[in-house]
Design a protein. Structure first.
Length: 130
């Protein structure tokens, strides 16, 4: 059973916009069923960086509008999330993913991802392919 509250990893948000067939049925049902699906401002930051490097076609403004039209709750970055960051011990080198894990930890939100390193970590995650 998919969680009723969840935090989308950046790539899962992009799948929602461009390739929803990559998202598993349980995950998609949880996103659209009226549960709370959150998108972190950290993901917008990460994707804005990719946009500025010409690795993504969506501008930050387009991403924010898409999140709003998808009825995602925008999760702000707060001091309590930054304070939790040193608690995140993982071999994953991506600082954006570490911050998403910290936010998930503080907010008791499982991170919905397809990243095997994150899925195998000790932190609360949910496989986006389910």
């Amino acid at each position: 059973m998919a969680p009723s509250r969840l935090l989308l990893d950046s790539h899962v948000f992009l799948w929602l916009l461009q390739e929803p067939q990559k998202i598993g049925k349980l995950t998609m049902a949880s996103i659209i069923s009226g549960g709370e699906a959150c998108l972190s401002i950290v993901s917008i930051w990460e994707l804005a960086t990719k946009y500025s490097q010409k690795h993504l076609d969506f501008s930050p403004d387009q991403l924010l509008k898409a999140a709003d039209s998808s009825r995602l709750t925008l999760l702000p970055l707060e001091a309590k999330h930054v304070v939790a960051l040193p608690k995140i011990i993982t071999s994953h080198g991506d600082p954006f993913d570490k911050m998403l894990l910290a936010q998930g930890l503080v907010e008791s939100l499982p991170l919905v991802t397809a990243d095997n390193v994150l899925l195998k970590s000790k932190y609360q995650t949910f496989d986006a392919s389910q």
